[in-house]
Design a binder for this molecule. Structure first.
Ligand SMILES: [Zn+2]
Length: 232
């Protein structure tokens, strides 16, 4: 699939998200500085959405959206680095379009012909891309690649485990169990990450730059509150 397709779709989706949600400008500025320090190969842009929810998602092309409620729960820069690396991998491996394409019955990522019709069809289903639950295989690929990305920057891999443990605590009890759904549950993810960390060299050093930016975001609660009160 031509790169320009995911770039175009990504931009359109980004504009749609920006028209629906309030963006926290201060946190957005800081989280982009944070992301730069992670030295991802591809250029990505991150937005912080004002919301008490704990959620994050990526759209094709280069955009990551993180809800500000995430910062009420995270305790370390290693956890934030893990979350961003995971979402980055969904972008890097084009998981979004590959998932949507599959549900349309197309193998679009290998397709030479990417018609305007198909593009329109995917865009009409943009909610699908935003509320996407990735398959087991894609989630695992994102998790395992996160380990590599953290390792490259000497970031403690245990941040990934504590991120998942936070998610497990706050996630609603799912009625469907993981055998019925193709989406892996958090306990399953914790298990394979624990196994992987055990056999991986976890040489970490403290990154003061990341630590500083993380605490600036974390401690900017009042700014967010002020914005919320007066902009609504
Ligand atoms: Zn994911």
């Amino acid at each position: 699939m031509p790169e320009s397709v995911s770039t175009d779709l990504g931009k359109e989706l980004r504009n749609e998200v920006l028209s629906k949600y309030d963006i926290d400008d201060y946190k957005t500025e800081k989280i982009n500085l944070f992301t730069k320090e992670l030295n991802f190969e591809k250029d990505v842009k991150v937005y912080v959405i004002k919301s008490r929810q704990f959620n994050a998602f990526a759209t094709p092309g280069k955009y990551i959206f993180v809800y500000s409620g995430v910062f009420d729960k995270l305790n370390s820069y290693e956890e934030l680095a893990s979350l961003l690396s995971h979402e980055y991998t969904h972008i890097d491996k084009n998981h979004g379009l590959r998932s949507v394409g599959r549900s349309f019955g197309y193998e679009i990522f290998t397709s030479v012909f990417f018609s305007d019709d198909l593009k329109e069809q995917i865009f009409d289903n943009s909610n699908m891309l935003i509320n996407l639950e990735y398959s087991r295989a894609f989630e695992k690929e994102a998790d395992l690649n996160t380990i590599k990305l953290l390792q490259k920057e000497n970031i403690d891999l245990n941040g990934m485990l504590s991120l998942l443990k936070i998610m497990r605590e706050i996630e609603p009890r799912r009625i469907s169990n993981s055998e019925l759904s193709d989406h892996p549950n958090t306990i399953e993810r914790i298990e394979y990450i624990e196994d992987e960390i055990e056999i991986t060299n976890n040489n970490s050093t403290i990154n003061y730059e990341l630590e500083t930016i993380f605490s600036e975001i974390k401690n900017s609660k009042y700014k967010t509150f002020y914005n919320n009160v007066y902009s609504s």
